[in-house]
Structures are given as C-alpha cells and as structure tokens.
Design a protein around this ligand. Structure first.
Ligand SMILES: Nc1ncnc2c1ncn2[C@@H]1O[C@H](COP(=O)(O)OP(=O)(O)O)[C@@H](O)[C@H]1O
Ligand SMILES: [Mg+2]
Length: 247
C-alpha cells in the first residue's frame, strides 16, 4: 500500500441553514478498503458526494491524488444505494454505460467485468429478470469497468436480505483482493463495516465529523462470531450510542 489516495481536509458543508459536515478530516490510503459508519442522517452520503466531486464543500477541500476531484482527470466509480440500472438496457449494456460516456467502449473489458462479478451467461438479461444480488453485481461491474481511480459505495446492500448481503460481502472482498482499488464504503451497519474494512471511520451525529478511525487488526475473511470481532463491534456500538442514545 502506498500513501494517501484521498485526503479530506477540514471539510464543512451546509445546505442553507442546515449544517451537515463540520471540520471533517480523513485520509484514505492507496489500495485500502475504508468503511465509514455513522448515525443515519449524519451526512455520510453528502461526504461521499463531495469525495466524488458531485457536491462542493462549503469550505475545506478534498484531494484525490493531490488534486481536487475533476472528471477530466479522475475516474470515479460510484455504487449508489439504489443501483439505478437502466431498465431498458441489458446487463451487458448497463456495464457498458460508463465506458460509452468516456467514449472508450471495449467488449473485452465488459466481458472481463461481467466475469469478475460472476454474471457470465446473463449478459442479455434485463434488470427486472435479475435477483437483488445480481442487480448489485451489475452495479459493481459498471462502476469498475472504467478502471476507476477510486471506488465509492453508498450503503449498496441496504435493500438486500441478510443472506444475500453476506454473499455480496464475500464477493466484494474477493474483488478487492484482486483489483486493490481504493474503496470507501459507507454504511450504518457496524458488522458490515467490520467485516469489510481495513479501517473503520466512525462519524458523529450531524453535523458530522470523524469521531475515531479504528484499525481493524483481524485477518480477512473475518469470523463475525470470534471474540475479537465482537470486541470491535461493541467498541463501535458504544461510540455510536454516545451519539444516538436510542441505538
Ligand atoms: N441537496 C440537499 N439539500 C438540502 N439538504 C440536504 C441535501 N442533501 C442532504 N441534505 C440533508 O443533509 C442531511 C444529511 O444527509 P445525508 O448526507 O443523506 O445523510 P446520511 O447519508 O448519513 O443518511 C440530511 O438532513 C439531509 O436531509
Ligand atoms: Mg445516505
């Protein structure tokens, strides 16, 4: 792993009188899988959108490879909470989308991505014929097809059932193992964050700032029932309770 891939420096963000982020700083290392957990409504999506350059901070800055996010320099893979595949496009055509926008369509790359996420044989399916997990695989393949500098994921599995979610976690870790993309994964799920993250950044309630960054010093794949895992889990839940007592 190299140096810092993404630097979030003293970011403040308000929407009118609503202060969402307050003096938030965080560094994400090259190749790491960083999870961000925080109470719902604290500003996680806003932070991710600022990292992607989709939203401007009110003050402070984000740097990717030491430059502000810029679509002419950076390629950013984004997997949204709701996968928003185009229903009139097949799996193949959905994966192709980002490449088309960049005017670099390549059948070879599309094929490779579809294989990576285990959807070989489903190229000509339309989204409504796919299971929830398969839809997520398409969204991941689409985000990775442009060979992004960074991969941003916003609670991508929150609408899946528990069993499918765990399958997706395993697959996502395997993909990260293979490609080593710098990944920022936002969730409100503590177990999910601890299963996936090399580090977990815990945010405060709104206006959000970083409460603590935890190094998860457990080999992957992790055992969610191990005493070490449960200890990390309790530590984070305790921190979130300080923010939102009703958790
Ligand atoms: N474009 C916007 N305009 C006004 N308010 C917004 C906008 N985007 C988000 N918010 C508000 O900012 C707060 C944080 O939202 P969000 O970043 O989506 O939180 P989270 O993803 O942690 O649930 C919420 O109160 C939300 O209503
Ligand atoms: Mg959100």
């Amino acid at each position: 792993m190299g140096g810092d891939k993404i630097e979030v420096k003293h970011v403040y963000k308000s929407f009118g009188s609503l202060e969402v982020l307050r003096d938030l700083s965080l560094s994400i290392r090259e190749g790491e899988f960083l999870c961000i957990v925080g109470p719902s409504g604290c500003g996680k999506t806003t932070l991710l959108r600022i990292m992607a350059g989709l939203e401007k901070p009110t003050s402070g800055e984000v740097l990717i490879d030491r430059k502000p996010p810029d679509p002419s320099i950076h390629r950013i893979g984004f997997v949204f909470q709701f996968s928003n595949l185009f229903p009139w496009r097949t799996v193949w055509e959905n994966v192709k989308l980002g490449l088309e926008i960049r005017k670099t369509p390549s059948d070879e790359v599309i094929k490779k991505m579809i294989e990576l996420v285990g959807l070989r044989g489903f190229e000509n399916y339309y989204p409504h014929k796919l299971s929830g997990g398969m839809v997520k695989r398409v969204a991941i393949a689409r985000a990775l097809a442009v060979d992004p500098d960074i991969l941003l994921m916003d609670e991508p599995f929150s609408d899946l059932d528990a069993q499918t979610t765990w399958i997706m976690h395993k697959e996502l870790l395997e993909i990260h193992e293979k490609l080593r993309k710098t990944t920022v994964f936002v969730t409100h799920g503590v177990e999910e964050a601890l299963f996936l993250g090399d580090r977990v950044a815990v945010l405060t309630k709104r206006p959000a700032t970083v409460k603590k960054v935890i190094d998860v010093d457990l080999p992957k794949p992790r055992n969610k029932l191990s005493p070490e895992f449960i200890k990390y889990r309790e530590e984070i839940i305790e921190m979130l309770r300080e923010e939102v007592p009703e958790i």
